[in-house]
Structures are given as C-alpha cells and as structure tokens.
Design a protein around this ligand. Sequence first.
Ligand SMILES: [Zn+2]
Length: 597
Amino acid sequence: MTHVLTALAWPYANGPRHIGHVAGFGVPADVFARYMRMRGHDVLMVSGTDEHGTPILVQADSEGLKPAEAAAKYNRIIVEDLDALGLSYDLFTRTTTGNHYKTVQELFATLYGNGYILQKKTLGAISPSTGRTLPDRYIEGTCPHCGFDSARGDQCDNCGRQLDPVDLIDPKSRINGETPKFVEEDHFFLDLPAFADALHAWLDTRTGWRTNVVRFTKNLLDDLQPRPISRDLDWGVPIPLDGWVDRKDKRLYVWFDAVIGYLSATIEWARRSGDPEAWKRWWQDPEAVSYYFMGKDNIVFHSEIWPAMLLGADGEGAKGGEPGALGRLNLPTEVVSSEFLTMEGKQFSSSRRVVIYVRDFLERYSPDALRYYICAAGPENQDSDFTWAEFLRRNNDELVAGWGNLVNRSVAMAAKNFGAVPEPGELEQVDRELLEATRASFDAVGDLIGQNKVRAAIGEAMKTVAAANKYLADTAPWKMKEDPKRQGTVLFTVLQAVSDLKTVMSPFLPHSSQKVHELLGGEGVFAPMPRIEEVVDLDEGAGATDGPYPVLTGDYSDVPKWESVPLVPGTPLDKPVPVFAKLDPSIVDEEIERLNA
Ligand SMILES: [Zn+2]
C-alpha cells in the first residue's frame, strides 16, 4: 500500500465551470483516484476553489459584489457541480480559509529564511491625480505580446500571458482614463535561477511523463528568471513580514498562494479528520507518490514553479537552507497535463458564450454520459473537439447499445427464466474464454489507468463489453428453452462477465456501476460518491468563509477490490430498469440552437 496524493488544479471562483474544465483534469483524475483506491492504496484527492487574484475582483465589480461575496457565490456553484459529476474528493476546499493563509505564510517564511525570496525595486503604477497606488486590475492597455487592446495590468485575457502594468502599451486607468505614473517601489520575487540545477536533476529522474509536459518543462528550465510573487492588490494573502503584513495595498500574487493549496488542503483534511499530523504521510514519507492533474495552460506552475518552491522550502536550491516548520516536503511524482477541449470547432470561451456549463449539461443528461464521453474522447494527448453529434453517437451506439444493452439483456433473461442468478452446469470452452477475457481486463485496463491513459483504458474495457455481447449473440440463450441447464450456464457466464465489467467500469462510470451492482442483487455502496458538507472555517479567514460554507468530502474507505468476485447462484434478480438513457437525435439541433442563441 502506498500513499497516493491526487492533486487537481484549482478552478477559479469567478463563474460556473464549463465541461472543458472537467474534461481536462476533473474526470481523468477521478478515474485515477478511484482505481488506486480499489488497488488498496491510501489515496487523498484534494483541490478547492482559487479565490484570489484579479479575475475574482473583476467579476465581483461587474456584479456589484464584494470579492468575498463573489468568491463564496461561485465556490458553492462549483462544489455542487463537481459533486453532481461524482468526483470523489477527500477534500475540496477554498483558498480563502484561515488554514490556507497560515500555510502560505509559513511556506513564504521558510523560503524567505532560506534566501530564495528577493526584494527588488520595480516600477509600479500610481494615479497622478490622487498619488495612490493603482491596483493592477484598474489598469488597461494593449498587450505587448498579442496586440489585444484591453489587456489588464497583470494578465492578458486574450493570450493568457502574465504581465506587469509597465509592459502595457498605452496604459490607462479604468477609473478615470488618466495615464498612470510609474514609480519605483519594492516587490518580492521568487529566485527561480537558484533552482536551475536542482530542477534539471529532478526532472532527469522523472519517468513515464507525457512528452508534452517534459518538452515544455525543459524549455522553461532553459530560461529561468526571478518571478514576481507580490502585487499591488487589496485582495489576497498578506505578506508575512514586518512593515508589510498590515499594508492593505500589497498582497501575495494569486499563483503563489494557489499552488500551496495542495499542501494546505491536505493539512486541512488532516485537521478535520481528527488526526492533525496525518497529512505528513502524503508529503514526508519518501515512498509516497503525488500526481498533479491540470490543463496545459497550467503546466508551468506544476512542473517548474511549485517544484522550485518545494526545493526552496526543503533547503535544496543553490543557496542551501533548512526545512521549515512543515518539514521536508515531497516534490511531484508526475505532472499529468491534458490538452484543450474545443466546442463544435471553437475554443470554449465564457465571454464569447461558446460554452456548455457542467450544470446545464447535467440538467439534461446523466453524469455518466458526460464521463463516458470525456474518458473515451477527451483531450488527453491532443486537443479534441466536443460536438453534440459525436456525444449522441457515443451515448447511443457505445454506451447504450454496448454496455447498457449487455447488462439489460442478460439480467432480463435471467430474471425472466430463473428469477435469480442461475446455477451453472459444466462450463464449455466458449464460456471459459469469455470469463478469461473479463478477468484479463482487470490487468489490461488497470495498467492503462495507472499510466493515466484513460482513453485507451476505457477502449480496452469496451472491447471486453463487445466480447460479451458477441458471446450472447453466438450462444443465443433465448433459443435454449428446451435445455434449461445449458441456458442457466450461459446466463450465469454472461452475468459473471457483467459483474466483472461493472468493477472494471466503476472508475470511469461510478453511478452506473452502482446501478449494475444493485441489478445483480448487490447491497450497499459499491462505487462511493462524494457528499457536500457545510462547515465553518477552522481559523479566521479573509471574510469569504464567514458563516457555514460547503466542502466536498466523502468516505471511500470501503471500496471493492480491483478483482473478479464470484457471483452467488440463487441471488434473486428482478426485471431490470435501463441503466442508460437512449437520446433522441433531435437533441443535436436543439443543443446547437441553444449554443447559438
Ligand atoms: Zn496578449
């Protein structure tokens, strides 16, 4: 048994999430975590909403809300959506908790003490008419990289690059249109060049990573510059140094605090579990492993910056140092990055309304229909396009006609003819071959999930589904009225295959595996689901967590093993209800119309 940290990128709490977000990392990471639990590993799956930074402030402004109110509003929506999709978080929390603030400040102090945080003069914007600092979000100008004419002081929403206000061409104050004045002021930087050798050495020890991540990271490491970690901002984690901590206009940069969320969420989980030291098993045990899941736009934070921060906190950069109060912390085992999901040929974009929100999707279709599409056709190694026609085809031709039909036909025939799982006679060669195939799929599918090859893994599982359907067609048990003994043997065989397949399918399609478990006469929880719990902050936070707020958590301790379990003849069976819904072809036009509305 190994301790496996499954760390998912933190969604921004500036709006509801669209299906591109959960396709990139939510569902693939859940498949991995569920499988690893079934293999007997001690999995901790954590994330939360990222609630600092300019995007939250801009959204809050546009709705006339305080930043804390906007963050709380979208945190709740996102929690509900991830719950509905069945993502089995041990803890899905927030970056505005007091626990997170303390952890971020602790790590900052360790990095600072070890000499990896530099204080440098840099040009900051002030308003000439008031003489006050102009926050990044109130400065707009043309992006020097892509020419987009309303880039903000810290980020271009068009090309996604991080900016400094001084980089903008023709900067203007959004408050009164005046041109800001730039004056020298102090800011903090993470000394990334001090980690160049250590990062190269660490990356050389990594095996099995996707080539996109390795190539991208090597390029990054060839050009390391000190990176700013403080901003002119009034919303974020205060800088924990004398003379800074009480300043209202300076905060830590959102990315610096967000990546520390993986650690703070684990600590929060441990504190809430009643064993406050338990987090150390995932961070300090040298045998523990950690898998980070994200979209390709976030690789830099996980393969370069977060490992650099951990090396610095461990005292293992060029300047040496000592581990801080949190002890020596493990670097990522693997950074698993997906590509992008496009929508009917276009990039998802909330602002241009090319978007399908998770919530809207799940109002009309089942969570496993979406999970199936994502697993079978998601943007694992290349950008992939979501189309409603392809969704319809995969749902009806593969999920319903393949897996759903196999379950339905076999349970219905056994229920009708025997009212129970029949007692098998002597197995024939064709029966043994099917059962060998389903047993073999545990290793084949499991190995692929372990390598985060989810598309190939579900493809392998569906091949076994096809083999079972072929077995039914070849043996034709519905023609065996005269030979109930052989009929019972065939139906027993196919039900055993269905039972094995519900286990193999459960990391991908947990909701329907639970249903199949019940159709086969099983009781209790087969595929555990997360639950929403209303909690209060363990410490004093920043206002957003005042009063009860929702977290996602769950009890996954009693998962079934990743193995074939013999069916018990005589177990009563009822006429089955369909596990999946066949969709009418008219949904394609309806959905496209909705998208263009
Ligand atoms: Zn740009």
